[in-house]
Design a protein around this ligand. Structure first.
Ligand code: WT7
Length: 650
């Protein structure tokens, strides 16, 4: 049945109206948007705050210091526990038998946890963590693939007030070591290994290698995931701990609203990973509200956010948001094309998934594999589709809506960042018309503008940097404190508070934002976030390399669309050959992980520089993509650009 309104064109733009059947049942209506507007900022955030159970209610929605550097506190006076909100309250409401977590394993196994079973395991593991000596405020690092023990461990940490720091399982031992040291974390939960495309990867060895290079002792808990019974050595086995503490009841620790819920590292503009910290009350309010308002989730829904829990997307929309609302969340360990390219559609069909949230890079892969795969499956349970992580082009948007959403599901394109905690820009699926290729407006309660380099607001239709001009509940705590954020939390020329997102955007006359990519040295390759400087410092560490610069190139492969292109200048008596190319790639894999390894390595006698000696990556990107360079006269060595074109590693 296709009851969506015919696509319209107005003002030269294409609009898609959500179907009446969706609008009628949507959690958030046009009246709710209006209520937000009437309440005014920040008071409008009171209702989202009320979606949570506060052990002690908040005194105010926001406490904002007037000074530029002063702290911002969301829901001051409020106290709560995230694990209570995501687990206990649903059991207390008589929903203990309903499914909290539906896990689909790599080898075709499945496991489900009802809310009661989730409560039992979270309590047992929380008791085990206590026994190991974990106290409120201690950071517990979780280096785990997509297995149910990962959300269980996150919630167990939250229960005892120990902030977790999840490290993506695809990261290298070096990357894990940096994150353990940086967070002063003395506890690590990891596993023996995991399966990737049929092969068993040894995660434990990577974890052990990381621990020896950390300056303090690290206590390890090891989950058994592989079939072989590898000994855990001196470490504690997760299964034993949970068995020993079966039946334990651990009182959820009452946390102040701005106490930390977790830390997460992301790539910033420097050579070191950036530490982002999130609060309990503000963050949980933000992700719960946006799961309710944008993903339209509630207790009857089965939601699947396909992102890895190692990234913040998985924290917010595979774990905290859906569980706080009492929904079922699907967790999938494998890859979309293994064993067959219809694996995802099979999972949606079998679990009756009704809200599916994924990244444009995946959608482009689905397109390449062909619409016969989704069409072979009964996807009629779906009612809403979402995308996140990078811009989605109109072709992919339509393909997703037509071939996955049967032309009837609304599609929400959602823009946000690790620093924002949750969704900031999107359409409200039951309220707003959709514009393929545009992300939508700022959500109610959030204000943004597009500014030029001097901080002046640009006219609609002109490009500039996207800045958020009012604090929002999901904002990272370091941003609330206004400390280590350099120029990102500032005032506009008119004295208005602002957070500079680092993204370029254009706002059109309808207030819809079109995202144009990063304005800084953060790379988005597919939907993964990397830092040019971090990759470059790994490359210059290779013997024989004098200098390096990394840019994003266009990939011939329509799925990834972008690739990492490294320009490397070897020392004078060193040959730029395949052996060096191999060493460059290995160095990046060891420092960060395979996801950051350059796809192309071009050797260059020197790199284009300004007179002050700064490498101009813009020219390198143009060379990598065969674009016109324009005027190169500002360069100290303009002759090098012509030379580079002929040396390109294609
Ligand atoms: C960067 C943030 C994605 C949320 C969690 C991971 C880009 C994100 C969109 C979108 C265009 C997007 C931006 C942003 N981005 N969503 N819908 N359209 N670009 O976020 O790893 O911190 O990356 O992802 O460049 O700054 P992250």
């Amino acid at each position: 049945m296709d009851d969506s309104s015919p696509d319209e064109t107005d003002g030269g733009h294409e609009w898609v109206t959500p179907p009446e059947s969706f609008v009628e049942q949507a959690n958030v209506t046009a009246a709710d948007r209006e209520a937000f507007r009437e309440a005014g900022w920040p008071e409008c955030w009171r209702r989202p705050g009320d979606l949570l159970d506060w052990g002690c209610g908040f005194d105010a929605v926001l406490d904002e210091d007037d000074g530029d550097e002063g702290p911002i506190r969301w829901f001051p006076g409020g106290r709560l526990n995230a694990s209570y909100n995501c687990v206990d309250r649903h059991v207390e409401a008589g929903r203990g038998d309903e499914t909290a977590l539906a896990w689909e394993g790599k080898l075709g196994e499945t496991r489900t946890y009802s809310y009661r079973e989730l409560a039992d395991e979270v309590n047992a593991f929380a008791a085990a963590l206590r026994e190991l000596g974990v106290e409120e405020g201690d950071v517990v690092t979780l280096y785990l693939p997509m297995i149910p023990e990962l959300p269980v461990a996150m919630l167990a940490c939250a229960r005892i007030g120990a902030p977790h720091s999840v490290v993506f399982a695809g990261f290298s031992a070096d990357a894990l070591a940096t994150r353990l040291s940086g967070a002063d974390s003395e506890y690590l939960v990891t596993c023996d290994g995991y399966y990737r495309r049929g092969a068993a990867l040894d995660l434990k060895r990577r974890a052990d290698n990381a621990c020896v290079s950390v300056g303090h002792a690290v206590e390890q808990v090891v989950v058994n995931r592989l079939d072989d019974d590898r000994p855990v050595g001196d470490h504690r086995a997760y299964a034993d701990l949970v068995e020993t503490h079966a039946g334990a009841e651990v009182e959820p620790v009452s946390r102040a609203s701005d106490d930390l819920l977790f830390l997460i590292y992301t790539s910033g503009t420097t050579g070191e990973p950036t530490l982002v910290r999130h609060t309990t009350g503000g963050y949980l309010t933000h992700v719960t509200w946006t799961s309710h308002a944008v993903l339209d989730l509630g207790p009857d829904d089965t939601h699947w956010c396909s992102a890895d829990v190692g990234w913040i997307t998985g924290h917010s929309y595979a774990v905290y948001g859906p569980l706080a609302l009492g929904a079922t969340t699907v967790l999938y360990e494998g890859t979309p094309d293994h064993p067959e390219t219809d694996r995802l559609w099979e999972i949606i069909e079998r679990n009756g998934v009704d809200v599916f949230y994924t990244a444009p890079t995946s959608i482009r892969a689905f397109m390449k594999w062909g619409e016969q795969h989704p069409e072979r499956h009964d996807l009629s349970s779906l009612r809403l589709l979402g995308t996140v992580g990078e811009p989605i082009d109109e072709t992919a948007w339509h393909w997703y809506r037509n071939h996955v959403g049967d032309g009837r599901c609304p599609v929400v394109d959602t823009w946000w960042q690790t620093e924002t905690g949750g969704i900031v820009l999107s359409t409200l699926p039951g309220v707003d018309r959709m514009r393929p290729g545009a992300v939508g407006k700022s959500l109610p309660g959030i204000e943004t503008v597009v500014v030029d380099e001097r901080g002046h607001r640009v006219a609609d239709g002109e490009a500039g940097q996207l800045v958020i001009t009012r604090p929002w509940p999901g904002m990272a705590r370091s941003l609330c404190e206004g400390t280590d954020w350099g120029a990102r939390r500032t005032r506009t020329v008119d004295g208005q508070w602002q957070y500079a997102t680092g993204d370029n955007a254009v706002r059109d006359e309808d207030g819809y934002l079109h995202l144009l990519g990063r304005a800084d040295d953060v790379l988005k390759v597919s939907d993964r976030r990397l830092s040019t400087t971090e990759i470059e410092s790994a490359i210059v560490g290779v013997e024989g390399v004098a200098e390096a610069a990394v840019v994003v190139g266009e990939d011939d492969d329509a799925v990834r669309q972008s690739e990492i292109h490294a320009f490397v200048s070897p020392e004078s008596n060193v040959a730029g050959d395949d052996a060096l190319r191999g060493r460059v790639r290995t160095a990046v894999e060891e420092a960060i992980g395979p996801i950051a390894a350059p796809d192309a390595v071009t050797f260059a006698p020197s790199l284009p520089k300004t007179r002050s000696g700064k490498v101009v990556r813009r020219y390198l990107a143009a060379i990598a993509n065969g674009e016109d360079l324009g005027d190169t006269s500002a360069l100290r060595n303009p002759e090098v650009v012509g030379e580079l074109e002929s040396l390109l590693d294609r």
